[in-house]
Design a protein around this ligand. Sequence first.
Ligand code: PXP
Length: 239
Amino acid sequence: MARLAVNVDHVATVRQARGIDEPDPVFAAGLAELAGAEGIICHLREDRRHINDRDLRLLRQTVKTKLNMEMAAVDEMVDIAIDTKPDLVTLVPEKREELTTEGGLDVRAQPDHYRGTVERLKRERIQVSFFVDPDPGQIREARECGADIVEIHTGHYSEAKSEPEAIERFGRIVRAVESAAELNLGISAGHGLNYVNVKRFKDLSQIEEYSIGHSIVAMAVLIGLEEAVRKMLDLVKSF
Ligand code: PXP
């Protein structure tokens, strides 16, 4: 049965809109866990636009399930990860001007760099996941670099403008999941998933974990965080 991990970045986005200390993503993580979330995710960006160093430190102290730190593969973040010791690091590409992560890692462009990053993290017993487009070539390269898990980027699927486009983009995800399974990689999926488009994943049983943030936080504004998490859990657990 697939797990649901909740990304709390956008609780911090609301806090940063006022530059004060609420709502607190650390408190939100505790509530999400109480509602049944099986992991908590946060992305410490270079510009600290939402999650900051204090959040990451307190999340490490309080998360009882599994803490997944999303980060760029740069020295500053690797040092922070080694110091903080999340259970899992997810390597993502990061561009200063983007609104959110736009694409998967281009592992093939810098395999030595990614291999070195994985080695440093694994030496500290931190599992490593690579966020990649549904592209079997990138998945193979991630495996070569030592990734334990690949998180398949579902953002392009979630942005499909028509049913034929959604079917075609979902087909790429299915093929990517098959190639990751053949390589014995752990398989997660995330980005842009919501209460409607996640239903298409019902029969993709090789996906072990869904990483979902924005749609849960958006729903939480209307119906409360615990209820929003439970509604998503009901879907994921029915797969
Ligand atoms: N997975 C990765 C690697 C991400 O960068 C993000 C966005 O922070 C997510 C999952 C969650 O995406 P969303 O907020 O659209 O659910």
